[in-house]
Design a protein around this ligand. Structure first.
Ligand code: ADP
Ligand code: MG
Length: 499
């Protein structure tokens, strides 16, 4: 049965939403967190293993130094206090994808605590998201349930377990309760997640691809009547793996909880899951308290000691952060705030930078990625990066236009050819014989024909009314199957008018 929902606008008028985000980022180290098993995406099941990742008796964990350095760098980027001493604990629970029956995670002594991340919202305001901690832990393996409907365990006749992911290093970034979001909760969470993704990529510590599960978030939402009231009971929607999904989850939970509270009911403290198909969250299990995990320090691991000198060494290697980079690129490209925000929202910053690096103008690069190519990506339901066209292709097309070898129309056809897998722009142009007709007799003839066929237009042009020029150009384009150079047509018409 569909759940009762309050209109979003009414819900945020009557209640004050509080949000908490727990984001898992999978680190791109070569090996696992506690053993030298190689980590690579897409390997055959159960080929990236050691006795440690299988939790075999007698195997002992050894901490991966690179993972610690990655965590410290992220801690620095999030303005965290980096603990001189941190500790790994066992989080005990039984699940077939975790052969040790405990996860190794940081509990009361995480490496990074107490930071913040400033995120820029659509209207340019900066919102500060407070960070509780960013701790290191290892991932579980992956269960596949076979025989049931859409991979669910219900109705399956057997299950397969792949331990390749078991032991892969994760950092979990936990926000403090985010207060004061008003009606902008979804937007703030989306901006936070995107900024975090950009930082993680800039640091080169994770591929941070949400669709591959490198980054996923648990979304906590609660409501209270007044900002001065104590926090309300939260729901926790687990493992949401798209930015849109996170925004929608928050919006949905606010509407659902508002309807419950408005009817005098109580919100259940439970885990839920986001269902993309129905665009709703559904109840899961009633939430257990942290105590249920019987956390205790892992006796196989010594405490982690991080010296000031080590932190300083890493601090000196920090790359330019996304917001500084954005500001620098905006200056270099001469884009307005609005244009820059469009670029960022379209996830086109890297692509435009690469296109400009391949020789295109910033305006030219933006025109393609935010125009034609965004439309194509939307229609196909993929990201710009996933389109079968590279920044170098786009730069090549721009060069062909600048050299007068293609006009706008032919350029679009060339890009379509590249998208259709016909090869590089040069190959597509050669294959179809695309060529701008600019100054030969054919063009002059086509122009004269068009003028003869449109005497009324010519009269207007002669009288100084240039508006109907498009009609002549259109007729010439038609006659030359789109190969005419509009500038050249313009010039020939002007010459004829004043002859
Ligand atoms: P757990 O492991 O039980 O989910 P954590 O403390 O690790 O608990 O994470 C809970 C997340 O939810 C944190 O981001 C926290 O800031 C946030 N949070 C805690 N209480 C509330 C609340 N009442 N409403 C919204 N978010 C909350
Ligand atoms: Mg949680």
């Amino acid at each position: 049965m569909a759940e009762k929902l309050m209109k979003y606008a009414d819900a945020v008028k009557q209640f004050d939403p509080v949000i908490g985000l727990e984001t898992h980022v999978e680190l791109s180290t070569n090996t696992k967190l506690f053993c030298p098993a190689h980590v690579e995406f897409g390997g055959d099941p159960n080929t990236q293993l050691t006795p440690v990742s299988l939790g075999l008796p007698g195997s002992l964990p050894v901490l991966n130094e690179a993972a610690v350095d990655y965590a410290i760098k992220l801690g620095l980027a999030l303005h965290c206090e980096i603990a001189e001493w941190s500790q790994f604990s066992r989080k005990n629970y039984f699940y077939p994808d975790m052969p040790r029956n405990y996860q190794i995670s940081q509990y009361d002594k995480p490496t990074n605590g107490n930071g913040y991340l400033d995120v820029e919202l659509d209207d340019g305001t900066i919102f500060r998201v407070p960070i509780e901690r960013a701790h290191i832990e290892d991932d579980a393996g992956k269960n596949t349930h076979v025989g049931g409907a859409d991979g669910r365990i219900e109705g399956a006749d057997h299950s397969l377990v792949d331990y390749n992911r078991a032991g892969v290093p994760l950092i979990e970034i936990v926000t403090k309760p985010i207060e004061g979001v008003g009606d902008r909760g979804p937007e703030i969470a989306g901006a936070y997640m995107r900024t975090l993704r950009d930082i993680v990529r800039a640091l080169n510590i994770s591929h941070a691809r949400m669709e591959q599960g490198n980054m996923r978030a648990d979304v906590n939402v609660s409501l209270r009547r007044n900002p001065t009231d104590p926090f309300g009971t939260r729901s926790e929607t687990k493992n949401v793996n798209s930015f849109r999904g996170i925004e929608k989850t928050i919006q949905y939970e606010i509407r659902r909880q508002a309807a419950i509270l408005n009817d005098g009911g109580e919100v259940l403290q439970e885990t839920r899951h986001w269902d993309e198909a129905s665009q709703t969250t559904a109840g899961g299990r009633v939430k257990s308290d942290a105590d249920d995990y019987r956390y205790f320090p892992d006796p196989d691991l010594v405490m982690l000691h991080i010296t000031k000198e080590h932190i300083e060494r890493l601090a000196a290697q920090m790359p330019e952060m996304p917001r500084e980079r954005r500001n620098r690129l905006q200056g270099e490209w001469g884009f307005s705030d609005l244009e820059m925000r469009d670029v960022v929202n379209a996830d086109a910053l890297d692509l435009i930078e690469a296109t400009v690096a391949s020789g295109a103008s910033a305006a030219g690069a933006k025109k393609w990625w935010l125009g034609e190519l965004s439309r194509e990506a939307n229609a196909k339901g993929v990201s710009l990066e996933e389109l079968p066209v590279t920044p170098a292709d786009v730069a090549e097309v721009e060069k062909l236009i600048a050299d007068g070898k293609l006009n706008d129309k032919l350029a679009k056809q060339t890009v379509s050819g590249v998208l259709a897998g016909e090869g590089t722009p040069a190959e597509v142009v050669a294959k179809h014989g695309y060529q701008v007709v600019s100054d030969d007799g054919a063009l002059v003839a086509a122009v004269e024909e068009a003028m003869a066929a449109n005497p009324d237009v010519v009269e207007k042009l002669k009288a100084g009314n240039m508006k109907p020029m498009g009609a002549i150009i259109g007729a010439v384009m038609k006659a030359t199957r789109g190969q005419a150079d509009a500038k050249a047509v313009n010039k020939i018409v002007m010459e004829r008018l004043h002859a």
